[in-house]
Design a protein around this ligand. Structure first.
Ligand SMILES: Cc1cc2nc3c(=O)[nH]c(=O)nc-3n(C[C@H](O)[C@H](O)[C@H](O)COP(=O)(O)OP(=O)(O)OC[C@H]3O[C@@H](n4cnc5c(N)ncnc54)[C@H](O)[C@@H]3O)c2cc1C
Length: 334
């Protein structure tokens, strides 16, 4: 019988790895220290083909089909749908962006993912035009984590406890730290090239938008979460600690960005923040510890955890079980 793996952390990363173990028949056990504000619990879970002010194709976009198949397959195990497609209207916010977009339209890759905006709601002001992305959507992250957790607990596969690498015995098998930003500065992983990026998100009531189910994106995004409620975010601020206190300045920044394209009145119903685990390369990082081979890590998913964690979890398993090389962009040891 195969020795179980011990996965530390049940955020987006640890959950993807645990389900990959389940699909491959690799025994595992999860350990998660319950915390209210983690990147995964706060995350909007949004996946879009084109992102950022430079309007570039999203890193890892080639993983989209595998990502959708993964969440659908586990959705069948759990009896629910977690990943939903929602078209995104992307507002061009200034002349530079508008000119950049005109250039992108000469590239078939961008053309394939977009179309012109039709029937734009009168509650928005597209000052420099807009385009629409059809294959975007979001993972209902809170439900994904909670349903997965319930299933792991029911099957005796999860313990609500904190694990320190010093307490991990080689006799018990492989210990994989998928503990998000808490990996930083944690010996013996303190040499990993990572940092913290704090992010705020607001929950809004916007009754005038009715049943509109589009995602909107300008200088910030606006996400429909049902019954007249929306979320908007996210700020991105490098910080020296994993402090998750919401920032007053962050709220001000989000509201001012939102007002640049939303005309409808709204009220702020909630304000939360969390810390993303970010690498210096912006790609995730994973591997076995070079001098303590019973320890491994899987993290640094930055702002792309939903899209990239299913594929990189599969690559990591192929590496650990079949000795296949890791994709070079996530292998910081070679
Ligand atoms: C404001 C904000 C908005 C975001 N929006 C998006 C988005 O739209 N789309 C997207 O794809 N990504 C988004 N992200 C990024 C995404 O949330 C992250 O990539 C992802 O959550 C990282 O997951 P993780 O499992 O590595 O870390 P975490 O979510 O931090 O999970 C780590 C887990 O490990 C546990 N833990 C820590 N230390 C220990 C220990 N010693 N023992 C046991 N358990 C431990 C923690 O309690 C936690 O449950 C956003 C992030 C933020 C902050």
């Amino acid at each position: 019988m195969k020795a179980p793996w011990h996965i530390v952390g049940q955020g987006i990363a640890g959950t993807a790895l645990a389900w990959r173990c389940h699909l491959r028949g690799q025994p595992f056990r999860l350990y998660d220290q319950p915390r209210a504000e983690t990147a995964s619990k706060v995350s909007a879970g949004i996946v879009t083909p084109i992102a950022g002010q430079r309007l570039t194709l999203t890193q890892g976009w080639a993983f989209l089909d595998e990502m959708e198949a993964f969440y659908a397959e586990i959705g069948q195990v759990l009896g629910d749908t977690f990943y939903e497609r929602h078209p995104t209207v992307r507002f061009l916010i200034n002349e530079t962006e508008s000119a950049r977009w005109q250039k992108r339209l000469g590239d078939p890759l961008y053309l394939a993912e977009t179309e012109s905006c039709r029937e734009l709601s009168p509650h928005f002001t597209p000052s420099h035009g807009c385009f629409c992305m059809r294959r975007s959507g979001f993972l209902r992250v809170a439900a994904w984590l909670a349903h997965s957790r319930h299933w792991f607990l029911k099957n005796g596969l999860l313990a609500e406890s904190q694990v320190h690498p010093d307490a991990c015995s080689p006799d018990e098998g492989l210990w994989i730290f998928a503990n998000g930003p808490w990996l930083l500065g944690l010996p013996p992983f303190d040499w990993l090239p990572m940092r913290y990026a704090h992010g705020d998100i607001l929950t809004l009531a916007i009754p005038d938008l009715g049943n509109d189910r589009h995602l909107y994106n300008g200088e910030c995004w606006l996400q429909p979460i049902g019954e007249g409620y929306w979320r908007t975010g996210a700020t991105y601020e490098a910080r020296p600690t994993p402090e998750t206190k919401p920032s007053v300045d962050g709220r001000g920044e989000l509201e001012s960005r939102l007002r640049a394209f939303l005309k409808a009145p709204y009220t702020v119903e909630d304000h939360v923040a969390a810390v993303r685990p970010v690498t210096l390369t912006r790609f995730p990082t994973m591997g076995r510890h070079p001098s303590k081979p019973h320890l491994a890590w899987f993290g640094g998913f930055s702002s792309k955890g939903v899209l990239t964690s299913p594929t990189y979890a599969r690559h990591f398993m192929d590496h650990l079980l079949d000795d296949k090389p890791l994709p070079s962009e996530v292998d910081c040891l070679h």
